[in-house]
Design a protein around this ligand. Structure first.
Ligand code: ADP
Ligand code: GN1
Ligand code: MG
Length: 356
């Protein structure tokens, strides 16, 4: 930090008096738990989210919109969506300096996140949770949203970024990842499918979450039902296919995203079926025929895209995703590419599941 301030002093800017400890397993922001009473304090990653005011405006608008919807349906809005605690200065965040921008949320009690070990019931509930989230936002005024990360799921642009990273080879790692680079480029052929469809109008543009990892949903500790979709930093115009595919990228894998024993990394058809059942119980009426058909492909696409993002970051010297060991991003990329191969072999089975 340029200026020095303890986390407790930061919290005082939100009129919260509490101690803090590090919390959660996110790859992007620094998350702290404020104890007694409990709040979530986050340092927004401003090298990724360059305009925190626009980011927080999105979150304020989306949560206010969801709050009304949930209350109108007789639900508990304090649990069903995030509550932003404003800072003393009246803003929704506190800026200490350019690198240190903080926000506080109410801690949603009685919930848990699921990292790796997940059951079919968890996946069904996650499908309901993300599907319901998307359904509630169907009539959100899209013109109110800022694009917090431009071209976030523009897969062809992600491939261009990979090519640039290969050319620049900033970290001198290019020669060690030839196999992975070849795999990425050989598979680039089908990767523009969703982006093209959105451009030519055959795939509708919707308000989507865009980061539907299973640990971005809070489940009720007792009933296991989805309570709240969190990590709203990337809520932007997008495709329903992004949210469906991204959730199964992690939710459908038999192993963790960074498992290095690739024998253990497979795509679980049962998990796919369970998630799809939950998701379609909310979204079946809203989806077009084209979207339905592309559900299996979306899983392969989002897994592939994430793999090339990890590989690109590895080539760039690990500047985007947090890493916890040497070659972590390369391990993640290899893992995602193994999953892509496995999904490719199962595409017909997945299409059969959706038909049923
Ligand atoms: P990142 O963008 O780094 O992934 P998240 O917003 O997903 O950060 O938060 C990281 C973790 O903190 C979540 O996976 C969840 O476990 C926990 N968390 C975040 N917000 C809340 C909240 N309001 N109540 C309870 N837990 C939360
Ligand atoms: C990041 O923030 P987190 O950990 O929920 C990333 C996602 C990736 C994911 C891979 C803003 O998600 O796009 O799919 O890591 N979020 C951002 O695990 O880039
Ligand atoms: Mg997260």
């Amino acid at each position: 930090m340029k200026k020095e301030m303890t986390m407790s002093e930061i919290l005082q800017q939100f009129e919260v008096a509490a101690e803090t400890e590090s919390y959660g397993n996110g790859h992007i922001n620094d998350t702290y738990l404020a104890t007694t009473p409990r709040y979530i304090l986050q340092r927004i990653n401003t090298s990724i989210f360059k305009k925190p005011d626009e980011l927080m405006s999105n979150i304020e608008n989306v949560t206010a919109f969801l709050r009304e919807k949930i209350a109108a349906a007789g639900g508990d809005a304090d649990r069903g969506t995030l509550t932003v605690i404003p800072a003393k200065n009246g803003e929704t965040y506190y800026r200490l300096d350019e690198q240190n921008v903080f926000r506080v949320y109410k801690f949603i009690e009685g919930t848990k996140t699921i990292e790796n070990s997940k059951t079919e019931k968890d996946l069904y509930e996650a499908g309901v949770g993300f599907g319901h989230f998307q359904k509630m936002l169907a009539d959100f005024p899209v013109e109110k949203l800022f694009e917090t990360i431009p071209d976030f799921h523009n897969t062809p642009r992600r491939i261009e970024a990979l090519k640039e990273a290969i050319r620049e080879d900033k970290a001198g790692r290019g020669s060690s990842v030839k196999k992975e680079v070849d795999f990425a480029l050989e598979n680039a052929l089908w990767a523009d499918k969703v982006v093209k469809g959105m451009e030519d109008g055959s795939i509708p543009v919707r308000v989507t979450h865009n980061d539907t990892k299973i640990n971005n949903i809070l489940f009720d500790q007792e009933s296991g039902k989805a309570v709240c979709v969190i990590d709203l930093d990337t809520v932007m115009p997008g495709s329903a296919l992004y949210d469906f595919g991204d959730a199964l990228r992690m939710g459908g894998s038999t192993a963790a995203e960074d498992e290095t024993d690739l024998e253990k990394v497979e795509f679980d058809v049962g998990a796919f079926e369970a998630f799809a059942k939950g998701y379609l119980s909310e979204m079946k009426e809203a989806l077009t025929e084209t979207e339905m058909e592309l559900l299996p492909l979306s899983v392969k696409l989002m897994t592939y895209e994430c793999g090339i993002r990890f590989l690109t970051d590895y080539l760039n010297g690990d500047t985007y995703f947090k890493i916890h060991r040497e070659h972590h991003n390369l391990d993640r990329a290899r893992n995602q590419f193994k999953l892509v191969e496995d999904i490719t072999g199962k595409e017909e089975i997945l299409a059969g599941v959706i038909k049923r």
